[in-house]
Design a protein around this ligand. Sequence first.
Ligand SMILES: NC(=O)C1=CN([C@@H]2O[C@H](COP(=O)(O)OP(=O)(O)OC[C@H]3O[C@@H](n4cnc5c(N)ncnc54)[C@H](OP(=O)(O)O)[C@@H]3O)[C@@H](O)[C@H]2O)C=CC1
Ligand SMILES: N[C@@H](CC=O)C(=O)O
Ligand code: NA
Length: 428
Amino acid sequence: MKPVKVGLMGLGTVGTGVVRIVEGHQEDLQGQVASPIVISKILVKDRAKARSISVDHGKLTEDPWEIVRDPEIDVVVEVMGGIGSTKEIMLEALERGKHIVTANKDLMAMHGPEILAKAKEKGCDVFYEASVAGGIPIIRTLIEGFSSDRITKIMGIVNGTTNYILTKMSQEGAAYADVLKEAQALGYAESDPTSDVEGLDAARKMTILATIGFRANVSLEDVDVKGISSVTQEDIQYAHQLGYEVKLLGIAERQDDFISVSVQPTMVKRGHPIASVNGVFNAVYVHGEAVGETMFYGPGAGELPTATSVVADLVAVVKNMKLGVNGRQASVSYKEKKLKTDEQIASKYFLLLHVEDRAGVLMQIAQVFSQYDVSIESVMQPATPGQKGAELIISTHAVSKASMNEVLKAFAELSSVQTIKSVYRVEG
Ligand SMILES: NC(=O)C1=CN([C@@H]2O[C@H](COP(=O)(O)OP(=O)(O)OC[C@H]3O[C@@H](n4cnc5c(N)ncnc54)[C@H](OP(=O)(O)O)[C@@H]3O)[C@@H](O)[C@H]2O)C=CC1
Ligand SMILES: N[C@@H](CC=O)C(=O)O
Ligand code: NA
């Protein structure tokens, strides 16, 4: 049995997990693919760095081209991250007939179509299951499990770092900055955690899911993004009073042939399965016209969960090699992309306003809502002893994003509304 040779690019959190699983589960892997899987070279930035795993030092290289140009290597497993030079390295690896497994959502969200086209041209596989919701097999599920259906909604907690932070803020009243440091120490966060907390990581993942789910090339620029850095302990406490949890949700929706994709902190009604997804766990809710509601749950980041998906992709590549069918995946995006306008995007909203505490203010606010045809579901004025002015918590029925923008513009000009403290989309 000729071994399948793998060039591993990256030996950080995920790369270390890949080595552990390939070595620790070798017998089971061989049983499935009838060949040993051997990691023959490993790319790192610094060969001298101390590692949490023992590897043959002779396999380490700091030169990516040593892997790309090695004719013995069949598959490149890319778990180093990055976009610019990583893309060039991946394209050259494909040019030389190497299959690719990657966990890199940045790369696949920005350059997925180009990389997949090159793979097709060269008869190579490119698999990227770990790029979205680390340990949940959601990409394969959307491509294969839902191939017979028409998906109408994909809604997910797809960033483990922010879910970890929001859970600790909600359950323990913890401070944002402290919990972020914990998530970094646990290996959940990106090398620049701004992309986690500002929603960009989730937006990249939603770009990938929407492209697959709606079978049209969605790009990152199509995603409306807001992160969690403005979420306050006060918002979370008011959410609890109204029966909600605050979650960073990616929401991709399709109506007729028009789609919208967004990422934002969202108030999710307790009782909706997404509201109870806590810590580093991710969940992706998928609604299909025929199947109805489904949900997929599991760890979204971390060494072994993410490496499980990477090595499963590696097994898929080797099985295809045995069958001689690499690069034969059907195209996932054959539809024309049509984006919804703000008039077509509808949701319920939660607003927290700081207003003047005097007669007639509520009337002025109600008039603004009425002018833009926004129907109010409830209004609450919590007691704020000793505070100047009053707080108003308003929830609306489903309204268009365009109408809500007009309402917010009108509030900004109203002297009785001193601050628009928070605006949240509401789900569930
Ligand atoms: N961490 C997680 O839970 C998840 C991560 N991902 C994705 O997986 C990828 C890897 O993430 P993670 O393991 O956390 O990252 P780490 O920062 O822990 O590891 C990156 C590894 O790649 C090496 N590396 C980085 N840049 C270069 C370079 N230019 N040349 C040579 N080697 C390089 C580093 O070398 P050295 O060790 O010498 O510094 C390190 O071994 C990213 O794309 C990330 O988005 C996806 C899902 C979950
Ligand atoms: N930083 C990411 C890692 C997995 O993709 C996250 O927190 O989800
Ligand atoms: Na996945």
